[in-house]
Write a protein that binds this ligand. Structure first.
Ligand code: CA
Ligand code: CA
Length: 309
């Protein structure tokens, strides 16, 4: 195993118990510590930790593996870069000059550390060790050789989350979906998770990942896209959500600038011609009378030919 000082791959399937916290070790070489591939202690993500010759290298993932489903983990080190893969996709990586420490008395253990701490509390399958760094495509092949892997869904960033009723009340929804099994076809279903708001949303096609949503009432909407890969057992658990707030229009949203007369007009209230700030304010009151009076005076001044009425 001396080759581990230079390159390695640790890989395997993990199905971690969702109810308990703490580390869940898939496989590691410990006591003294050399490296480990595990679930993090305080988050739902995975990590690949290496003991270098001067410092530890922590490759901390971002994808949750604590959802009750099987996930494939792989940690590779090619002498320059340590990479953590989750379900065949790179989840995190660290560039390093460290060499993995190889302690002669350390032992490899699956499902916990050599001293039986950090134990898995879950299940492991097809755990493998290589004395070289597998390529991304080789890791994807390992995943495809296993049982069904669940899909992944992320609603794309940049979708507007603040709308104004009547003006911009439709958004285009889209998501990035991925399934480690290339033969699986992903279907998505959009729903509104707050049922009292559901009657006020219409989706262009609720069964398309990319579609539109149109809102007819002001309020806060939580839209969920659940994905399914056509295999048994997902039951709507795999989803992402976006919160969209639809605001009532304020007066400034209603006004239209009229280039011909050179001022803002209120197309919904023809009598609203003025306000405290010199433009329509969506009220008909004394300000509008003042504007009318000023215009009347202007247009009844025989010396003024620039009447704007
Ligand atoms: Ca799948
Ligand atoms: Ca007014």
């Amino acid at each position: 195993m001396s080759g581990l000082r230079w390159e390695m791959t640790a890989a395997g399937w993990i199905k971690a118990d969702v109810l308990t916290g703490g580390y869940r070790t898939l496989i590691g070489r410990t006591a003294p510590f050399n490296w480990v591939l595990r679930k993090t202690e305080n988050a739902k993500t995975a990590e690949f930790v290496l003991q270098g010759d001067t410092a530890q290298v922590w490759v901390t993932g971002k994808t949750s593996i604590l959802d009750g489903y099987w996930h494939h983990l792989a940690g590779t080190f090619d002498g320059q870069r340590a990479v953590l893969y989750v379900d065949g996709l790179e989840d995190a990586s660290v560039q390093t000059q460290e060499l993995i420490r190889y302690s002669a008395s350390s032992k490899i253990a699956i499902g916990g550390r050599r001293d039986a701490s950090h134990s898995l509390k879950g299940m492991a399958d097809d755990v493998r060790l290589y004395s070289y760094a597998l390529s991304p495509s080789a890791i994807a092949t390992l995943v495809q050789q296993g049982a069904n892997a669940i899909p992944r869904v992320t609603i794309v960033p940049g979708i507007p989350t603040e709308l104004i009723k009547q003006f911009n009340n439709t958004v285009t929804l889209n998501a990035n979906v991925y399934d480690p099994n290339p033969e699986d076809t992903i279907t998505g279903t959009w729903t509104v998770t707050n049922p009292q708001m559901a009657p006020f949303v219409s989706f262009g096609n609720p069964h398309a990942v990319q579609t539109t949503a149109t809102f007819s009432q002001a309020g806060v909407y939580t839209l969920r896209l659940a994905v399914h890969d056509g295999q048994a057992g997902l039951e709507g658990d795999i989803y992402d959500e976006i919160i969209i707030t639809v605001n009532e229009p304020v007066c400034s949203d209603l006004l239209v600038y009229n280039q011909v007369v050179g001022r803002y007009q209120n197309p919904l209230m023809s009598s609203d011609i003025g306000g405290p700030e010199g433009r329509p304010d969506c009220y008909v009151n004394i300000y509008d009378l003042w504007v009318l009076a000023a215009q009347w005076l202007e247009c009844n001044d025989p010396e003024n030919e620039a009447c704007s009425l």
